[in-house]
Write a protein of this length. Structure first.
Length: 227
């Protein structure tokens, strides 16, 4: 026969419930828990409560202020006999032109954070597109996420404190831009990025728990769309 647990610091009454936890309509976290599953669930609950409490403790609200998403610059001819992972001459021209597009008193605000898709065996173009801008701003590019990891990236941007209140510029691959925007909460973002379009900026503004989406022209190079 089980021996009754020691007097609990929270209340006097006790009885054995599921998994041998003493309590009467109350969970007790101060005695040894004999059910591993319950212990795991309890730990997860406590972690969630702690994460929720952190912003309230210092007044910091999680989530960015603004996210701007662009496609990497133009790429070489896909029908060429030798596949090239880098930008085409026009793509390099665009990468340098972006220095005049993003920044103080320019078409788009100066980004606090620069993110690009990780280099792969197929493409180095995402980071190459914002390399000149990074050099001009004196910032490093975070290229730690693979193209397919857009959901993980979105979760990090929305929940990690280092992104709170920041303006973020992301250079990505066009097939994964729509799901990335959706994962960030942009419900109005299109389901597809036009295959031959390199001159757009998808702007996601975060305010009062809502995300406002706009599809805007870069106006970086002659011939870019005006609207």
């Amino acid at each position: 026969m089980r021996q009754p647990p020691p007097r609990n610091v929270l209340r006097d009454e006790w009885r054995y419930g599921p998994c041998g936890i003493a309590g009467k309509g109350t969970f007790y976290f101060f005695r040894k828990v004999e059910c591993p599953l319950f212990a795991l669930l309890a730990a997860l609950v406590l972690m969630c409560l702690m994460q929720r409490a952190l912003p309230a403790a210092d007044g910091l609200e999680l989530g960015p202020k603004l996210v701007m998403i662009i496609r990497h610059g133009e790429k070489p001819d896909e029908n060429a006999p030798v596949k090239d992972k880098d930008l085409s001459p026009q793509g390099r021209e665009r990468s340098h032109a972006l220095v005049k597009v993003f920044g103080k008193d320019k078409e788009f605000p100066k980004p606090d954070v620069l993110i690009a898709a990780r280099h792969s065996k197929h493409s180095n173009r995402s980071a190459e597109t914002i390399n000149p801008l990074a050099a001009a701003l004196g910032k490093k590019i975070d290229a730690t996420y693979d193209e397919e990891d857009y959901a993980k990236l979105a979760r990090a941007i929305l929940t990690e404190r280092k992104y709170a209140g920041k303006t973020i510029l992301i250079a990505w691959h066009h097939n994964s831009i729509p799901p990335l925007a959706h994962a960030l909460g942009a419900k109005d973002a299109p389901d597809k990025w036009k295959g031959k379009s390199f001159d757009r900026v998808w702007e996601l503004r975060f305010a009062d728990g809502a995300v406002t989406f706009k599809n805007l022209p870069q106006k970086a190079l002659p011939g870019d769309a005006e609207e």
